[in-house]
Design a protein around this ligand. Structure first.
Ligand code: GLN
Length: 193
């Protein structure tokens, strides 16, 4: 494929690290804040941050429905941490009024490993295509509590599912962009070839 253009939803959260990682892997990148920024993208990253804030901002910026349409239409998408929560069809413990995009057939529970002080960096066994292990940072990470029939678990941490794939969608609870491990982003880019 020609050099892919990957958008990073840039309403709140850890945007810069994804831009840097994707650039390092040879992708061209674009900040996504409004519907028109989705045009012509080859893939999309929904970063970590605070999912209830990201949710509110997607509605404020009128980008929620265009995101749902683009992702449902087949745009390969990686959601990390809060981004995984955004992908989910069900949030077990939402903040008041919190919605998700509902594009992936999973249930998630937020902050499942405890608070910020319980953050951890670990090496996870990974059932993706190219590598066996991923160096992962967990920061107030969610877990996947329900997997729909078309959803495959790619990694577990402390007996909980923390990485999933459903067709063109990849969702992970952790932050490889903070440890500098390129494997998950490579997995997204490899799926475009
Ligand atoms: N706990 C956060 C949330 O609910 C996610 C944390 C993160 O993205 N690092 O959105």
């Amino acid at each position: 494929m020609r050099r892919p253009t990957v958008g990073v939803l840039a309403l709140q959260g850890g945007v810069a690290e994804h831009i840097e990682m994707l650039g390092r892997l040879g992708a061209s990148t674009r900040l996504v804040r409004r519907a028109e920024h989705l045009t012509g993208l080859d893939a999309l990253v929904l970063p970590g941050g605070e999912s209830s804030t990201i949710d509110r901002l997607t509605r404020l910026f009128d980008v929620r429905d265009p995101l749902i349409e683009a992702i449902r239409g087949g745009l390969p998408t990686l959601g990390t941490c809060a981004g995984l929560i955004m992908l989910a069809s069900q949030i077990d413990d939402p903040a008041p009024g919190q919605q998700s995009l509902g594009v992936m057939d999973i249930g998630v529970s937020r902050n499942a490993f405890g608070s910020q002080v319980d953050s951890a960096e670990v090496t996870l066994a990974w059932k993706g295509t190219a590598v066996d292990a991923v160096r992962a940072a967990f920061i107030r990470a969610p877990i996947v509590t329900r997997l729909g029939g078309a959803v495959e678990a790619l990694a577990e941490h402390e007996g909980k599912v923390v990485a999933v794939r459903q067709g063109h969608l990849l969702g992970i609870s952790f932050h490889p962009e903070l440890t500098g491990d390129p494997s998950v982003h490579q997995e997204l880019l490899a799926s475009l070839e």
